[in-house]
Design a binder for this molecule. Structure first.
Ligand code: CLR
Length: 387
């Protein structure tokens, strides 16, 4: 039945919301949705999903050969998918509509050093509001690992589902003990949001995405129920050495499984590949201001504090009043900037119209489009994370 999972009082607003989806394509972020589907979490917190298994990220640095490293990059990447795409279902019962970040919104966090894996830090900034673009960096200094990326989404509606094309990419830089560097380009899968009719949305991944670098091209193909294994969240990843990558790495490696549980080698290895059935580690949010690392007014958990509290406690009046207050304040800031002949400038990133790493790595796998914007991190960590 339509709206089965929707509180009775919100069913008619839910049906009109899903009907209106068909007409608004592009950017869903500013659409008003019924309260039951609202998440108290801002999209600026999502880049933390890249590192909820910090030991797998750190392990990339332990790879002794290019092949070992390419495999550990692929394994870490696949191990992030469960958090990225199913964690709202686990924590809140279904996919939800995240808070739409304000321009200049900031989120800082860290995963402490444990078992020699080193400390890993996260810095996120909302670098555009129309369209929404989130830029981030994740760094494990002691292991010589740095991930820099940005995300945007283009949405459309097809056969009752929301289709989300992800725009943006990430570049992972691995500093080798020899002093040289390896760089990997990571592109992002397309999503389909199903279950809308019943009011219990969930994500399935489609098409494919790439992990290219270190002399290897990795392609991950995504399939849902009814395709190659018959199971939801299925994938098949192929890692192919580039010509000239000698040694043992002369054949392609294939792994298959479901990204929210585990996978196995099919070719080029034996036994288990990734396994995310064990626990993950959420990021520790850190304030970026003042001597006691207080949170500044543009820091996610401070900015949205009352909105989030309202949503969590079912006080939607307060939530929506607070949300309007923030949005009006932001509009006023943009107006003031315009009257002073200014525009917002990012605190942590510099935008470039093309990305040389994307271009060179993308060429190897014939990735389209041929280039994308880059958001270069200015290396200005807040004092609380520099320590
Ligand atoms: C953001 C970047 C992360 C991965 C990720 C996971 C879930 C996606 C989110 C991204 C973008 C916004 C998103 C969300 C799922 C639902 C939400 C597409 C890609 C949309 C805007 C909300 C739709 C509203 C329905 C749930 C009713 O690395």
């Amino acid at each position: 039945q339509a709206g089965e999972a929707v509180p009775v009082a919100q069913r008619s607003s839910w049906t009109s919301f899903i009907k209106s989806l068909a007409s608004v394509s592009g950017d869903l972020s500013s659409m008003t949705a019924p309260p039951f589907i609202l998440s108290p979490v801002s999209l600026t917190e999502f880049p933390a999903y890249w590192c909820e298994r910090p030991e797998l990220f750190a392990a990339i640095a332990n790879g002794k050969t290019p092949e070992e490293r390419a495999l550990s990059v692929l394994k870490w990447f696949i191990s992030t998918l469960k958090g990225q795409y199913t964690s709202r279902n686990e924590s809140m019962g279904s996919e939800k509509k995240p808070l739409n970040p304000a321009l200049g919104e900031l989120f800082y966090g860290t995963w402490p050093d444990k078992n020699g894996r080193g400390k890993t830090d996260l810095l996120v900034e909302q670098v555009s509001h129309h369209p929404p673009i989130t830029a981030y960096v994740i760094k494990n200094e002691s292991k010589g690992l740095k991930l820099v990326g940005h995300n945007a989404q283009k949405t459309s509606f097809s056969a009752g589902s929301i289709i989300v094309k992800q725009i943006g990419h990430a570049v992972l830089t691995v500093k080798l003990p020899s002093g040289s560097e390896e760089q990997y380009l990571i592109t992002l899968p397309r999503l389909r949001i199903d279950g809308l009719w019943y009011g219990s949305p969930y994500i399935e991944l489609c098409d494919h995405s790439y992990v290219v670098g270190g002399g290897f091209v990795g392609v991950i193909e995504y399939k849902g129920k009814g395709y190659f294994s018959g199971k939801s969240h299925s994938f098949k990843a192929t890692l192919t050495p580039q010509p000239g990558m000698g040694g043992a790495a002369t054949k392609e490696i294939v792994v298959e499984g479901t990204w929210h549980t585990d996978s196995k080698y099919v070719t080029g290895g034996h036994g288990p590949f990734h396994d995310v059935t064990g626990p993950k580690e959420e990021v520790h949010a850190v304030g970026g201001e003042g001597p006691g690392s207080e949170m500044g007014e543009m820091e996610t958990r401070k900015l949205w504090e009352l909105v989030s509290k309202g949503i969590r406690e079912g006080d939607f009046d307060t939530a929506s009043k607070e949300k309007s207050r923030i949005e009006n304040e932001m509009r006023q800031r943009r107006k003031d900037e315009a009257t002073n002949g200014k525009t917002y400038t990012s605190k942590h990133f510099t935008q470039l119209a093309s990305d040389p790493v994307y271009e060179s790595m993308g060429k190897l796998a014939k990735i389209a489009p041929p280039t994308e914007d880059a958001y270069v991190f200015n290396e200005n960590w807040p004092a609380s994370l520099r320590a």
